[in-house]
Design a protein around this ligand. Sequence first.
Ligand code: GLA
Ligand code: ZN
Length: 660
Amino acid sequence: MPSSVLYHGADYNPEQWLDRPDILRRDIEMMRLAHVNVVSLGIFSWSMLEPEEGEFHFEWMEAIIDRLWAAGIRVDLATPSGARPAWMAYRYEEVRRVNADRTRQLYGMRHNHCYTSPVYREKVKIINQQLARRFGHHPAVMMWHLSNEYGGECHCPLCQRAFQEWLQRKYGTLDHLNRAWNTRFWSHTYTDFSQIESPAPHGEGAMHGLALDWRRFVSHQTIDFMKWERDCIREILPGAKVTVNMMYRFNFINYYDMAKEIDLASWDNYPTWHKPEETVESTALDTAMMHDLIYSLKRRPFWLMESTPSATNWQPVSKMKKPGVQLMSSLQAIAHGSDSVLYFQWRQSPGASEKFHGAVVAHDGRADNRVFVETCAVGRALEDLAAVAGTQKPRQAAIVMDWENKWALEEAQGPRNCGLGYWDEIMLHYAALARAGISIDFVNEDSDLSGYRLIVAPMLYMLREDFAAKLRAFVKGGGTLVFTYWGGVVNETDLCWLGDAPHGLVDVLGVRRAEIDGMFDVETRRCVAVTPDMPAVAHGSVLCEVAALEGAVPLMLYDEDYFAGAPSVTVNRYGEGRAYYLATRFEEDFYGPFYGQVCAGLLSSVWPGELPAGVLATRRDRYLFLQNTASSPVRVGGDTIDKYGTAVYLEEESGLRRIF
Ligand code: GLA
Ligand code: ZN
């Protein structure tokens, strides 16, 4: 892939228009108008490629690819496994998923095949290899789009067996497994691996170690299926580049693991802009957090694989992006490390479930449609900013977001079962740092922490011994750690650590957890500052930990309830570094001043000047991006940025030069 190109394009589904050559011709003309240089093709084409078992039709696709290439448009060619033809679903029952209640699904919908089924894997191999042979050497084909939005789980007998074998490989003996899950509780000791079944509404639902391993297995099996697809392609085309499109806050796949197996990370981004209860800045921060997470998976530029140029059709209310927001949200992806802006989809379908989903070309087919005109502006902007492609983001702060921790945390029946809000907690830290212009990565418990100045570990309930040691070494060597309540509670099989907590970090944090009290949604506990650097008053919610000081300096204290006087924010010197501890979840306003204090003398904003409210700053190598999320123009560093505008600067010897 040339590195000096930012890609602009869409999911292209021409199989819906094969009887309309006029439309197919017009597509290419309009793609050129919109500065489109890539399309994702064939994602849902299986029944047109193999209408009957073993009968293949590639002519139509070849004609499309040739025509795209003649217009200078590249192809991100999909494997079609996301949706299968009806003939297969009925001839081979095992390809259809079984739900947790053990009922097998009928044919219908998409993204619902069994990841274990040997028949499905075989059928996928045949079609993928046919596609690879036929199109793999076509100059237009630049990359392979493996399936579509992998996800979900299957409870069929094949998957049960695969789960049992996976457990056997992991634990070796039943004795190890029984101990790791504490199965003597409720007389659950297993005497044969075949007795272990996936969680079910009418079966197991309370064995946390099992539930956590089931989540791990589902993630593993999905990635295994993805690797199968990849390797089928690579058997024919050894150098083939592959990507998968990931999803917003997706719960069921450990994306850190998935990303290791692909060449390029990509994701599908559908925020609801203009929600009445949220500012555009808040929506932008929510989206920014996902961009940064996807960048972090490989710590290199990713692709925005899908977004809507206008509205979706599946949110409670489908809001149009207001004028200018299409450009702002598209350039936001670039500002956070994407090398592309792609849409779902190129042309609005005439029928079926997504006929009213936004598309670059609407049912009216017009080039003077506002959405089309704004898409052309994005295309021009990406050409202007092509030099940004391939550039890296600085390493400053990292937030620990760990899927396995999330699964364990949410499964545990504990101090608050009506929701712990793991993402909400992460967002509070992220938003404060992002507003301060700090570049943020995400890491998990397998990650290398070197190069960061600040590590934030929110609600790290499942804290592995080796990661506790990494955090300790990080602080000892001069790093700053922010650690919160409900951290260091259990080990990797969800067995509670015995003894002082947070496990392995009591001396690093200088505090010891004594009690933890759950708060109802309507409850808060007032806290007051004991130093002028903290907000004078803040309110704890969700969970309130009562901690005993073991050497840390209190910065805030609880001021009500039976734990008044106990510390709620502390800092401790350890080795060359510092460790902060937050005993509860505060309101959003707390985190700005708190991180102002944490970052003083440690990290500075990527933007050298003041940032007005609503303006967000990011950096890629020598390129600085400022985005104004406010609905009126702002003045920054002597320049004006329009409402929803983006300014891009290049850092040169002589200073910053505005290039966009
Ligand atoms: C997902 C899918 C697309 C389409 C869009 C609609 O991202 O990958 O096929 O359904 O959602 O928003
Ligand atoms: Zn299955």
